[in-house]
Design a protein around this ligand. Structure first.
Ligand code: FES
Length: 322
C-alpha cells in the first residue's frame, strides 16, 4: 500500500563563522511520509542535495541527546520530531541550531558553556569518609528515598532545556535547568555528605535567577521537569536557611505582599527584597517610575474577591505562592 506523503518545505540555518559574512537560511523541498523525523529529512538533504550541511546526531532513537536543535522555534530532538504535525501547524519547518551556545557550523553548536555550568555543580556523590557504606551494601537507599529523585535520572543531557532557557540567555551566572535538576538529585540523596553545603552554595550561585517560565519543562524530551525540581530546591533552601538571600527574600516578600491586598505594594516589595540600605541605589530608578506612575507609591487597596485568593494561599500551605 502506498504511503501518503506531505510536501515539506524546510528552511535550514546555514553559517560557517569566519567564512560566511552572516548566517542565512537555505530552502529545501521534500515529499515525505508524515511520520518521518526531521533528522531523517536533514540526512536526506545531506545525502542527496547538499553534502556540506553540518549537524550532530548518533542514536536516532531519542537516547543519546545529540540531535537537539530548534525546530519551528522550539528546542527539541530532531530524531523524535515528525514532519507531519509541524507542517500541519506551521506550513513549513524552520531548523536552527540550539540557542545559548555559540555556533560551530550550521546546526552544530559548541556545548562548552553547557558542560561548564554542569560541572560547576559537582555532579557526583560526595560520600562521608567517616561513615563509609556498609560492606556488601553498595546502595542502602529505600524505595521511598529513590522516589524523591522524581524523574531526574532520566535526563540524557541533550541541552534542549539550556537552549530554551531565557535566564541562561540573560545572565551567565545562571547554571541552567539541567545543572539544577541534577543538583537536586544530589541534594535529596541521603548518601551525599555535602547536600547541605550544596543547598547553601547554590543560593548565591544562581538558584534564584530562575524566572519560573517553565520553558525548560516544556522543552525536555524525557519529562524530567527541571522547573519543578528548581522550585523544590528553592523551598528546601528557604526551609534550611530561611529567607537570607536576596532571591529568597524576594520570593517570600512577593508571596506575603500579594496575600495582603491581592495586589503588589511595589515600594514595600523593593524594601523587603533589598533591605533599607540596599534600596538606596534603586532610588533613581524608583523616582523615574514614580514620575510616570505616581500610584506605585500608594498602598494598594484590597481587590474584590481577595477572600478567594486567601483560600488559594491556605490550600497551598506554608510555601504557598513562592
Ligand atoms: S540522535 Fe540520539 S537523541 Fe536524537
Amino acid at each position: 500500500m502506498a504511503v501518503d506523503t506531505v510536501h515539506v518545505p524546510l528552511e535550514v540555518y546555514r553559517f560557517q563563522p569566519g567564512t560566511d559574512p552572516a548566517p542565512s537560511f537555505r530552502r529545501y523541498e521534500l515529499d515525505l511520509a508524515p511520520h518521518t523525523p526531521v533528522l531523517s529529512a536533514l540526512l536526506r538533504i545531506r545525502a542527496e542535495t547538499d553534502p556540506t550541511l553540518s549537524l550532530r546526531y548518533s542514536c536516532r532513537s531519542a537516547i543519546c541527546g545529540s540531535c537537539a536543535m530548534r525546530i519551528n522555534a522550539k528546542s527539541r530532538l530532531a530524531c523524535e520530531t515528525p514532519v507531519g504535525p509541524e507542517i500541519e501547524r506551521h506550513g513549513r519547518i524552520v531548523v536552527e541550531p540550539m540557542a545559548n551556545q555559540p555556533v560551530v557550523r550550521d546546526l552544530v553548536v559548541d556545548q562548552s558553556p553547557f558542560w561548564r555550568d554542569y560541572r560547576s555543580i559537582e555532579p557526583h556523590l560526595k560520600l562521608d569518609p567517616y561513615h563509609p557504606m556498609p560492606e556488601g551494601k553498595p546502595n542502602p537507599m529505600t524505595p521511598a528515598e529513590v522516589a524523591r529523585f522524581h524523574d531526574t535520572p532520566r535526563c540524557i543531557s541533550c541541552a534542549a532545556c539550556y537552549s530554551a532557557c531565557p535566564a541562561v540567555a540573560a545572565d551567565p551566572a545562571f547554571p541552567g535547568p539541567m545543572a539544577l535538576a541534577k543538583l537536586y538529585r544530589f541534594v535529596v540523596d541521603p548518601r551525599d555528605a555535602a547536600h547541605q553545603d550544596r543547598l547553601v552554595r547554590i543560593q548565591t550561585e544562581g538558584l534564584w535567577l530562575c524566572l519560573r517560565c517553565h520553558l525548560c519543562t516544556e522543552a525536555c524530551p524525557k519529562d524530567v521537569r527541571p522547573s519543578e525540581r528548581i522550585r523544590d530546591l528553592k523551598e528546601m533552601a528557604i526551609a534550611a536557611q530561611g529567607a537570607t538571600e536576596r532571591g529568597s527574600r524576594h520570593a517570600v516578600a512577593f508571596a506575603e505582599n500579594l496575600r495582603g491586598a491581592g495586589l503588589l505594594n511595589e515600594t514595600k516589595l523593593v524594601r523587603q527584597t533589598f533591605g533599607v540600605l540596599g534600596t538606596l541605589p534603586q532610588l533613581p530608578h524608583g523616582i523615574k517610575i514614580w514620575r510616570k506612575k505616581p500610584e506605585v507609591a500608594h498602598r494598594p487597596r484590597p481587590i474584590e474577591g481577595r477572600e478567594e485568593l486567601e483560600q488559594i494561599y491556605r490550600a497551598l500551605g506554608p510555601e504557598g505562592g513562592r
